[in-house]
Design a protein around this ligand. Structure first.
Ligand SMILES: Nc1nc2c(ncn2[C@@H]2O[C@H](COP(=O)(O)OP(=O)(O)OP(=O)(O)O)[C@@H](O)[C@H]2O)c(=O)[nH]1
Ligand SMILES: [Ca+2]
Length: 957
């Protein structure tokens, strides 16, 4: 019956009409077919020859020889391509397009691809065959068809078409095949030349389809035999199994190849970062339709914003309509049915067992629990021992087990090559410095090699030549390293030189070791790193749950341009979370800093006074000149009193102070001279001239905002027994450590009612590391130090938009733009590829004041700020919906940064408004950072629904 229909179709073909079209889109279980029949011609006889399509005689289609199972890897079967017999006359039907549809469920006799010989034990091949059969096509070559171009487009120079996702691709391919009416088998001289030259269509997953090219002619017979002989030769298996563990490697995308998203790393379901923007053109119903990237792999509908679930093996992504059909009951978690039994893509390991919102909607809680449990625990999804090498030896299951179950296992073990110093417990990636200290004395892997960490220092620890950074650590810790010593370091950190009996000391108990190692990104024993771990293990009865252990010390990086407020936020955090935020020693140092600061402010004030005095004198002089021209009385020039004049004693002090400031010696002379000058300072401050100057402080550009706070207390501060309050410390400028890096460990105190989860959470330790932009060095090269940071906070001063700084380029730069530049170089640093970013928009209080006076578009980046201005200013009115101008500006700036961040990283930026002077806002921001990071996992799935353009920000915005 199908044969008949076919014949009819062919006869009815008109050269200018496409008579039969296949819709390759799977609308439902059945495939939609859309036939268009040519109308019978009834006009007068024509003089020219009518093009004619000749039907295929199915019986004349030669059958390729059967592949001998023995010639092939017995795990896989070969779908065999049966070439089509092409009658001579067919060539005349030049542009005839024909596609015959076969049903989804079985292989039709008209199918060009025969799957008779598959035995059906491998699900891959079964699926593959289904896919092909469902869209398999009987077609003739049409070299003018642009879909041929497409095929050739999809093939790179090497002639290899590499598609990323097994059966999805096969579907794509077959769709394309159906539309371009060619299996690529016969191809004479058309423009798909590249394709013509290509011999292999490579399926990235488990199948390789080899399609032969026949440039010489249409000798189907010989073609067929060539094909089958190719298929038979075992070295060019047409469908070949490959090492599945190597999956991701073959998912590597070539830019010019195919337009399938490989998704090899990203586990977020949206695909905006896909490198290839081109979309696949499918011929559908005679018209061209774009299949957008990011559409569902099964129904091909939707776009990159459609919520999808990805297969943990091949990364095929399915929309909510298709996911259950494609994944079935998920006995091994989220895998396409065809991927069951295959090991997962290692880049997805961290996502195992973390359910998406989509599945939560589709399935019951119980089902989800089972699926997630299976996904995490089933045998196939476990790390395979043969993928882990330790000291050059491939592990066996037993070794892997002991490695993973020891009290102090390597964190997030992935396939790879590692070294392990069994004596000290030092552990690292082959060729790299140590990254962790794990449990020692395990019988795992071979003996350590001297070259394990690729050191070239000639200094050895337990037979391993150590890396430069380790040597640096030893030197800074005061270990004698002259004469290329060989050290013997025990698990407890005690060390001795090889061949000597006496213990020279203990590495881990050296003062400052913890900080040192943190800075150098070297591991320290977990006991020292997290004393809390002990308490914790006590609390939870021995074993620390994995997820808690990993979270034990979470590093938060705080960075921003100079003056953005990182220092204030850091201090605020100290005051917030530490019972004793500053030690006596620290307070003593801070006191000196504050005292010299206040003298500097005073100096600026005195300078201002001179300026104002001069101004007044000039004015009076001019007035006098005018007066003189009118009446000619004598004048007592220069002797008149005015509000800015001071007595000679104070004047002498003022002159001296300004001289000292000018010479740059203020810091060396001052705090020390404080005692001596305290009475003078008091006198000076109370002087009306100084007070008059102080009232015009806004005109003194050199005087920082914070100066008034200290100047108002100058009498107290200059006293010898002055003790800075916490607020003084908070407001004080210049309390930064010499290396531009300060860090503090803390945990968020829990409040009120305490359940166990709360208690546990409050035990999680965080480390806030504040680093100076200057401290990052050229091109932020020191960022490398922060490779284990979990979240980075970037701080920007909201009031910076009309301020300028000197960034070394000569001309003054707008501070906001300078911030943006630093922001760019930090977020794009490879070390932060996986790190979440929280933007703190600080100095909200200053923005509120400034925006009333200075328009936001003073900064060129904000030139399209169009605030909605209400005529009825909702001053503190709670009834109004109108956001204040400052709030609008904040939102606007936040969105600017979010978009910028997204355009550079394809990820979402979190934003928090802060007034660093207000502890609550700092607390909120830091807790927000904690939440962001805590829900790291969950977020991966719903980042799509919360679009980047959402202005919905954190907390109090
Ligand atoms: N009014 C107000 N002032 C702030 C705020 N944050 C910081 N400041 C002030 O802005 C100035 C610069 O802040 P710092 O914390 O020193 O900023 P930093 O430059 O990142 O850090 P250091 O260079 O180490 O000082 C200081 O005088 C702070 O007191 C804020 O939210 N509101
Ligand atoms: Ca500063």
């Amino acid at each position: 019956m199908e044969e008949l229909q076919l014949e009819k179709l062919l006869l009815g073909l008109d050269s200018s009409r496409t008579s039969c079209v296949v819709d390759p889109i799977y609308e439902s279980e059945e495939v939609v077919v859309d036939y268009t029949f040519a109308v019978e011609y009834e006009g007068p006889p024509v003089t020219y020859e009518i093009p004619r399509a000749v039907p295929i005689d199915i019986k004349k289609i030669p059958v390729a020889s059967i592949v001998k199972p023995t010639a092939l890897c017995d795990k896989f079967q070969l779908p065999v391509v049966q070439p089509i017999f092409a009658p001579e006359s067919l060539s005349k039907a030049h542009s005839a397009e024909l596609a015959v549809l076969v049903s989804d469920s079985h292989v039709s006799p008209t199918s060009v691809i025969d799957f008779e010989h598959r035995s059906g034990d491998s699900s891959n091949c079964v699926l593959f065959s289904e896919e092909i059969s469902s869209s398999s096509t009987l077609g003739f070559l049409n070299s003018q068809d642009q879909s041929c171009e497409l095929l050739s487009d999809a093939i790179d120079d090497s002639g290899v078409l590499e598609l990323s996702n097994g059966h999805e691709c096969s579907r794509e391919l077959s769709c394309r095949i159906s539309s371009s009416d060619t299996l690529g088998i016969s191809n004479g001289n058309d423009q798909s030349g590249e394709f013509g030259n290509s011999e292999i269509l490579e399926f990235s997953k488990e199948q390789k389809l080899e399609i032969l090219d026949n440039t010489s002619g249409r000798d189907w017979e010989s073609n067929a035999s060539a094909l089958s002989s190719r298929l038979l030769s075992s070295d060019s298996l047409s469908f070949k199994a490959e090492n599945c563990g190597n999956l991701s490697a073959r998912h590597v995308k070539r830019p010019s190849v195919a337009s399938f998203w490989d998704g090899s790393t990203s586990n977020t379901v949206h695909e905006e970062s896909s490198p290839v923007e081109s979309s696949v053109l499918l011929r559908r119903g005679g018209s061209e339709t774009k299949t957008k990237k990011g559409s569902c792999y099964r129904c091909l509908k939707g776009n990159r914003f459609t919520e999808k679930e990805a297969c943990v093996v091949c990364d095929a992504k399915y929309c909510s309509n298709c996911v259950l059909r494609s994944m079935g009951s998920m006995p091994e978690g989220r895998k396409c049915v065809s991927c069951i039994g295959f090991p997962i893509d290692e880049s997805k390991r961290t996502n195992l067992g973390k359910c998406s919102r989509m599945l939560k909607r589709l399935l019951s809680e119980l089902e989800i629990q089972q699926i997630m449990k299976a996904e995490k625990l089933c045998e196939t999804n476990q790390l395979q021992p043969e993928h882990v090498y330790v000291n050059g030896h491939q592990l066996c299951q037993e070794e892997l087990d002991s490695l993973q179950s020891c009290p102090n296992p390597p964190a997030k073990l992935k396939p790879g090559r590692y070294w392990y110093d069994k004596v000290s417990g030092l552990w690292g990636k082959e060729g790299h410095k140590p990254c962790k200290i794990i449990s020692p004395h395990m019988n795992v892997g071979g003996p350590i090699m001297a070259t394990a960490s690729n050191g070239n220092t000639k200094v050895f620890i337990n037979n391993r030549e150590i890396a430069k950074v380790e040597l640096r650590m030893l030197q800074l810790a005061g270990v004698q390293c002259a004469g290329n010593p060989h050290f013997w370091v025990n698990e407890d950190g005690s060390y001795q030189e090889e061949g000597q009996k006496n213990i020279k000391g203990n590495l881990w108990s050296k003062p400052g070791m913890k900080l040192l190692c943190t800075f150098l990104s070297l591991p320290i024993p977990s006991k020292i790193a997290n004393p809390a771990a002990e308490e914790m293990s006590y609390l939870v009865g021995g074993a620390i749950p994995d997820y808690l252990e990993k979270r034990m010390l979470q590093k938060i990086l705080l960075v921003g341009c100079d003056g953005s407020g990182t220092s204030t936020i850091f201090k605020q955090a100290k005051i917030l979370y530490k019972t004793d935020p500053f030690s006596d020693e620290e307070r003593e140092n801070i006191k000196l800093v504050i005292q010299s600061n206040v003298y500097r402010y005073l100096g600026i004030l005195l300078e201002g006074r001179e300026h104002f005095e001069e101004e007044i004198l000039n004015n009076t002089r001019n007035e006098k000149l005018l007066d003189q021209s009118v009446d000619t009385g004598p004048s007592d020039e220069g002797h008149d009193k005015h509000i800015y004049s001071i007595g000679p004693r104070l004047k002498a002090f003022s002159d001296w102070l300004l001289k000292v400031m000018l010479s740059g010696n203020l810091e060396t002379i001052f705090p020390a001279a404080t005692r001596e000058y305290a009475p003078l300072v008091e006198e000076l401050w109370k002087d009306s001239a100084i007070q008059a100057t102080f009232s015009r402080r806004s005109e003194l550009k050199m005087l920082p905002n914070i100066a008034s706070y200290f100047l108002e207390r100058i009498v107290d501060i200059s006293r010898i027994d002055y003790e800075p309050s916490s607020l003084d410390i908070l407001y004080a400028e210049g309390i930064t450590s010499s290396n531009g890096l300060t860090c503090m460990d803390f945990s968020f105190p829990h409040d009120g009612d305490t359940d166990t989860a709360d208690q546990l959470e409050s035990m999680l330790r965080y480390q806030l590391i504040r680093v100076h932009a200057r401290g990052l060095g050229e091109n932020c090269k020191w960022l490398e130090m922060f490779e284990d940071v979990r979240i980075a906070i970037f701080c920007v001063g909201l009031s910076d938009y009309d301020e300028f700084c000197n960034d070394g380029s000569g001309a003054p730069t707008n501070k906001m733009l300078a911030s943006r530049r630093l922001f760019e170089s930090i977020i794009c640093h490879p070390i932060f590829e996986q790190v979440d970013f929280l933007l703190i928009l600080n100095k909200f209080d200053l923005l509120e004041k400034k925006i009333e006076q200075v328009p936001l578009n003073r900064c060129e980046w904000f030139d399209d700020f169009n605030p909605v201005i209400s005529r009825y200013r909702p001053n503190n009115s709670s009834g109004s919906n109108n956001a204040s101008l400052a709030q609008q500006a904040f939102h606007y700036i936040a969105v600017k940064f979010k978009r910028h961040f997204f355009s550079l990283t394809g990820r979402k930026l979190y934003v928090s408004p802060v007034n660093a002077m207000d502890p609550n806002t700092v607390d909120e921001a830091l807790r927000y950072a904690k939440e962001v990071q805590k829900w790291d996992e969950e977020r991966a799935y719903f980042s799509i629904s919360e679009s980047i353009y959402s202005t919905e920000l954190s907390s109090d915005s």
